[in-house]
Design a protein around this ligand. Sequence first.
Ligand SMILES: [Zn+2]
Length: 156
Amino acid sequence: MKIKTLALELEQMAMQKGWKEVTAMIAPHHHGDLLESLDVTDAAEFARRLANGEGCISCGTYNADSWHAGHYRTTAAASQLRFHHDNIHLQCHSCNVHKSGNIELYRINLVKKIGETRILSLENNNDTHRYSREELSTIRATARAELRALKQLVAV
Ligand SMILES: [Zn+2]
């Protein structure tokens, strides 16, 4: 189960489409925070689970006010990689927002994580792909199912 990427995708989707659309598939009552929708009270614990034991992809911190879906190649530059798992990693607010992705450190740590070959394939990926309604609904259906599993996991 790809819990980490699922949560990141949901957050990224929310950034693109707004929480209103995303939360409709998560919970009936939502206030703009994935943590709330998951009924997780300990944000640090949630972040730890989200990163599967890892911290921010760029600076490595385990403590952040908020966590973002950090895209190695931005959705503006490479929208075809928006949902590509190699392209999305947990990132702290400081790196994501204030350091424009902190991309130099991002790359260094990404090499350690997925290897040079897979990074090059991201960097050389210039496919233009527009998601169809069907593809998006498949992605959402998968996310919905995995999110249910995630809720059960964090409820333990
Ligand atoms: Zn960071």
